[in-house]
Design a protein around this ligand. Structure first.
Ligand code: R5P
Length: 296
């Protein structure tokens, strides 16, 4: 029986796009809030024996997670054979250790919650720092889509002589991969984070790369403090405004405008999270990963 796709609120456009790629049907979830803030959900379709794919990107996750878990439980109760989650952005990956005594390692709790609700998961470049892979914390099969080839293609098409800059040691793995695909040099900075918006980033050495356009590459832009600090360093050292490229553009509060004011020449993200900066489409790759999952 062909799979059906349902969008949690805010993911309707993505669900139509995926349905087109997968030749699948979109089914509606009726969703509303009761006056007291609790949520109401209803599937109108027959789900007995079907593969149900729920699409929910998880930027600003807390208000989204209960409806998502309820939708998964409901699909199961209505007889779905498997319930899969497509979360183009997977939240709660960054708190991956107890930095101070008594802190919650939320990445593990979040993974446990989702693993209980779903049969499989597909996502794009989760923030893997201290975990080598998602299966260290997720108990269900998780398929990861890598945006690096798309970023490489974008850079090759748009930037003539790029110099790739990774803001911290964690970024080296994939900045190096993108640089190799583009055939461009790269440098990786060191970062110290003292608070959510208080980061120090080392000053890039550019003398060996004169005439090249700096391209800052990161997996996530949240407060944009990392990219803002790096952009200031570049400006202060006479470099041209950098191109800021990220997989997941979360842009908390006024981060996008602040990054523009810091001198970013262009800010481009993939469409894992809907934002005016979206310039790279991950949905064709996502749909292939979903197809592999459905064919298992
Ligand atoms: C951190 O380890 C990530 O790779 C990003 O550098 C970080 O999440 C960016 O956060 P922000 O935009 O708040 O500086």
């Amino acid at each position: 029986m062909p799979a059906v796709i349902a969008a949690l609120p805010g993911n309707e456009v993505g669900a139509e796009v995926l349905a087109g790629h997968l030749n699948a049907r979109v089914i509606q979830i009726a969703h509303r809030r009761f006056p007291d803030g609790e949520c109401y959900l209803r599937f109108d379709d027959e789900l007995q024996g079907r593969d149900v794919v729920l699409l929910c990107t998880l930027a600003d996750p807390d208000p989204k997670v209960l409806p998502l878990l309820f939708a998964a439980a409901l699909a199961r109760e209505l007889g779905a054979s498997r319930v899969g989650l497509v979360a183009p952005y997977l939240a709660y990956m960054r708190q991956d250790m107890r930095f101070r005594p008594g802190e919650a390692v939320t990445s593990r709790y979040f993974a446990a919650l989702l693993s209980r609700a779903f049969d499989w998961l597909v996502t794009v470049d989760p923030h893997l720092h201290r975990y080598a892979s998602l299966d260290k914390i997720y108990a269900v099969p998780a398929e990861v889509v890598h945006a690096a080839p798309l970023l490489s293609r974008w850079i090759t098409r748009e930037i003539e002589h790029p110099l790739l800059i990774g803001p911290d040691a964690e970024s080296e793995q994939w900045v190096a991969a993108v640089a190799a695909q583009v055939g461009a040099p790269y440098t990786v900075l060191s970062k110290t984070r003292r608070g959510d918006r208080d980061v120090e980033v080392s000053v890039p050495t550019l003398s060996a790369h004169e005439g090249r356009t700096p391209v800052l590459l990161d997996d996530i832009v949240s407060t944009a403090s990392t990219m803002i600090k790096t952009s200031h360093h570049l400006r202060n050292h006479g470099a041209i405004g950098p191109i800021c490229l990220a997989v997941h553009g979360l842009f908390a509060d006024n981060a996008y405008n602040e990054l523009k004011s810091a001198g970013a020449d262009r800010i481009v993200t993939t469409n894992t999270v809907q934002h005016p900066s979206n310039g790279i489409d991950v949905f064709p790759l996502l749909s292939r990963a979903i197809r592999r999952r459905l064919d298992q």
